[in-house]
Design a protein around this ligand. Structure first.
Ligand code: NAD
Length: 256
């Protein structure tokens, strides 16, 4: 029987790339995301790779909606072998202008949701004596940048959560690891270019060159496919003794 991967925020960007990579391996995919055409995107991927799928538009800021999403996925597929906590949002502003509601939203989606989804899949993984939890953190889980107080705090928190769950899962065959990407060219990055330009008083072109790629030793964006294959590897049977790590895939950013 095919394994099932539940991937949050999988109707855009990195999450969609991860969903495609797991579908290519024959996994059933439980999609989630807020994109209006999410159900359509999920169906297209499932059709292309001939796998079973479900789609949940659950808003991860709502713990009840998370619990329903996980219960529905278990009802559909029986078990969930892989959880990828990927959904995330960003907001860029100096601390004195940082809106309180943006702080709350970023902590909720980028950190608390990972706790709620993990807690909901945990009993099933424990009973199966197998689980692979992969948290998409960020190089900002290991390093800071100015004007990203909430995001950096949430991603550092997610790295700490990953270590704890790695330890708690060890007796039950459950691993938990974080992937810490550098900059990836997705809608999340595109959307912050104007705000970064304003905050730093730069043109948008300068933001890409001086803010984003300046941090990378290799002056390229990280390909989505590389992150997706990293997740597939961490989910493999072979990777059972890798747990609690925060793995940079960051073009040399955190080597500095
Ligand atoms: P994206 O904006 O392309 O995708 C984000 C996904 O999360 C979307 O499907 C969106 O609908 C979903 N989402 C957002 N808020 C949600 C909510 N409340 N409930 C349910 N779903 C919600 O962004 P991306 O660049 O693919 O980012 C994916 C992850 O990778 C995020 O956690 C992000 O922090 C992390 N990351 C991105 C980069 C980058 O450079 N793009 C770098 C490091 C880490």
């Amino acid at each position: 029987m095919s394994k099932t991967a539940l991937i949050t925020g999988s109707t855009s960007g990195i999450g969609l790339g991860i969903a495609r990579a797991f579908a290519a391996q024959g996994y059933n995919i439980a999609f989630n995301g807020l994109e209006a055409n999410g159900a359509e995107i999920a169906k297209q991927v499932a059709d292309e790779f001939e796998v079973k799928y479900s789609f949940s538009p659950a808003n991860l800021m709502q713990p009840d909606a998370i619990r329903t999403m996980v219960a529905d996925a278990i009802k559909t597929f029986g078990t969930i072998e892989v959880l990828v906590n990927n959904a995330g949002i960003q907001f860029v502003a100096p601390i004195d202008e940082f809106p309180e509601e943006k702080w709350d939203a970023i902590i909720s989606v980028n950190l608390s949701a990972a706790f709620h989804v993990t807690k909901a899949v945990w009993p099933g993984m424990k009973a199966n004596k197998f689980g692979r939890i992969i948290n998409i953190a960020s190089a900002h889980g290991l390093r800071a940048s100015e004007f990203k107080s909430a995001y950096v705090a949430a991603k550092h928190g997610l790295v700490g959560f990953t270590k704890t769950i790695g330890l708690e899962g060890a007796p039950f065959g459950i691993t938990c690891n974080a992937i810490c990407p550098g900059y990836v060219d997705t809608p999340l990055v595109e959307q912050q270019i104007p705000a970064q330009a304003k905050a730093h008083n730069m043109t948008e072109k300068e933001v890409v060159e001086k803010i984003f790629l300046e941090r990378h030793a290799v002056k390229e964006f990280i390909p989505v496919e590389l992150l997706a294959q990293t997740a597939v590897f961490l989910a493999s049977d072979l990777a059972g003794t890798i747990t609690g790590i925060a793995m940079p895939v960051d073009a040399g950013w955190t080597a500095q």
